[in-house]
Design a protein around this ligand. Structure first.
Ligand code: BG6
Length: 519
């Protein structure tokens, strides 16, 4: 099969973009002539996610034939050293099979430029390399700069891209910047960071990665809500008692102290992933899925969202101590290498948010996340109010709880509905049952990995799945009061590894007569 035929073949099912205008839905999503520079290419993220995703895109025929990939870093690497490094990363992390011809074609366009982030000469040499690659690989002046570096270096990199002229595209070409979190430490620093980036790249050329938005099941929230008639009438405070958004992980933080200590669970994932999930669950229907319309609806709901007080009762935080994670006895955070033994960084965070809108007034949104919890699961549970009247005797409903709709983001991607049903027999006994939809059973198509999806979207200038500067700052505005309260009120509670978090988190819900779901 030719490259183009392969692309047509693999794009029609896997790569239709549900966020595109329906009129152009059947167009294959193949990036036009372009290239990418990765700053921080030797880091974990590039090695584990970005490089394998780029290979997978090439393997699916979704990148232009001569796609140039340039690594920039401090190592003294030749082109072949860089190729070898990428090859190891690809072999370890790619999801599609290894094909020599695809690899060789990709390797041809690979280059490595050595330098620091404030090195004029090295950036001039990078600029010369891009010009050369425009000619030899046909990138046509279209370049994406991937900043996979800590935000402390953003300023140097942006300044150098501007100084060397790389930030400005020649006529009929484009320049884009793709930025990784953390986007600041609070609203103020996020604002400064946005100003810095926007002083070099206009907002329409900035693609902020929140890899949760690249997940199939997260995009399915929109399909579920807006493609069906079934749910919307119930999706409001008349019927919903509360919402629980859970992101539980079983992994610990060994090896990640440099990034995590002083950041903590709330900044690491609530500010971005979980608040984005809340926005998708709670927003009104956008007019269409163009970036402007979708982002406008998310911004509206974020502006109406705030944390519920008093924080002593409506929030909880914890730090994992040693314990049994399945059959393995694991260390506590403060024994992990690189963590300060007095570290007050939370590895578990829970908070209560409210949305002041007609649809959601009075419905608490409970968000929780943690490391070293019972198991890895991310889900959104909409818990319904009890039916106003039940013509059953008390005893006949002892095994019935509240109705629940659960959107399972991962693993076992799918959806579950829990409701009461009559137990077979001569009496009228009601018991809860589950109705389950599973992606793997319903579809044979494979879901693209989040980074594949997002990198391709950035190259195609499709910005719907990237949070804007305003969304990022609003998310911090929601979380900042809680973080400030925690900073001034003691330490996180301890919880043994392998459990479901600190007891204070259970008390937080028990005060309102509710309990966390055990997913
Ligand atoms: C990242 C966080 O954004 O998401 C990590 O920094 C976390 O701490 C990771 O482990 C989880 O991602 P996923 O896709 O495995 O749920």
């Amino acid at each position: 099969m030719s490259n183009q035929e392969e692309a047509q073949f693999s794009t029609t099912t896997i790569w239709d973009n549900p966020l595109r205008n329906p009129s152009d839905k059947r167009l294959p999503r193949i990036a036009g002539p372009c290239g990418m520079v990765i700053f921080g290419v030797t880091g974990d993220l590039a090695r584990k996610k970005l490089l394998p995703a780029i290979y997978d895109l090439a393997n699916r025929g979704l990148l232009p034939a001569g796609f140039p990939l340039v690594g920039y870093g401090r190592r003294d690497w030749s082109k072949s050293d860089f190729e070898e490094y990428v090859l190891t990363a690809v072999k370890a992390g790619a999801r599609t099979e290894f094909r020599e011809n695809v690899w060789l074609r990709l390797a041809e366009g690979m280059h490595f430029v050595k330098g620091n982030f404030d090195d004029d000469a090295a950036f001039d040499s990078l600029a010369a390399t891009l010009t050369e690659l425009d000619e030899s690989q046909g990138a046509a002046g279209n370049w994406a700069f991937y900043l996979s570096v800590p935000p402390d270096f953003f300023s140097d990199v942006c300044h150098q891209l501007q100084r060397s002229g790389m930030a400005t595209a020649p006529e009929h070409a484009w320049r884009r910047v793709i930025v990784e979190k953390p986007f600041g430490h609070n609203q103020e620093t996020a604002h400064q960071l946005n100003n810095l980036i926007n002083s070099v790249f206009p907002e329409k050329s900035v693609f902020r990665i929140d890899h949760y938005l690249g997940k199939e099941t997260v995009q399915n929230i929109m399909a579920l809500r807006f493609a069906n008639q079934l749910f919307d009438p119930l999706w409001n405070s008349h019927y919903i008692d509360h919402v629980q958004i859970t992101m539980a992980e079983d992994i610990g933080l060994g090896g990640r102290a440099g990034y995590y200590d002083g950041i903590g669970a709330a900044r690491d994932v609530i500010q971005n992933h979980l608040i984005q999930l809340l926005a998708l669950i709670a927003m009104e229907e956008p007019i269409d899925f163009t970036p402007a319309e979708l982002q406008a609806e998310k911004i509206k709901v974020l502006r109406a969202t705030s944390p519920v007080k008093p924080f002593a009762k409506t929030t909880a935080r914890g730090q994992y101590a040693a314990g049994w994670q399945g059959s393995e006895y694991v260390k506590g955070l403060r024994e992990e290498e690189g963590f300060d033994p007095d570290s007050a960084t939370e590895t578990y965070a829970a908070c209560t948010l409210e949305i002041n809108s007609r649809r959601w007034a009075g419905v608490p949104f409970y968000l929780r996340t943690g490391k070293r919890l019972g198991r890895r699961v991310t889900e959104i549970a909409l818990v319904f109010k009890d039916a106003p009247h039940q013509p059953f005797s008390e005893g006949s409903r002892h095994a019935q709880g509240q109705n629940v709709v659960v959107i399972r983001v991962q693993p076992d991607e799918g959806m579950l509905m829990r409701f009461g049903s009559k137990v077979p027999g001569s009496g009228m006994e009601v018991r809860d049952v589950n109705m389950d939809f599973s992606y793997t059973e319903a579809f044979t198509e494979e879901s693209p990995e989040a980074y594949e999806r997002l990198i391709l979207d950035a190259l195609l200038d499709e910005a719907s799945l990237f949070p804007t500067n305003e969304e990022v700052e609003l998310s911090w505005k929601i979380l900042d009061p809680v973080l400030e309260y925690w900073a001034n009120h003691g330490r996180p509670d301890e919880y043994p590894a392998g459990t479901w978090g600190p007891e204070s988190a259970d008390r937080m819900l028990a005060r309102f007569g509710r309990t966390w779901r055990r997913p």
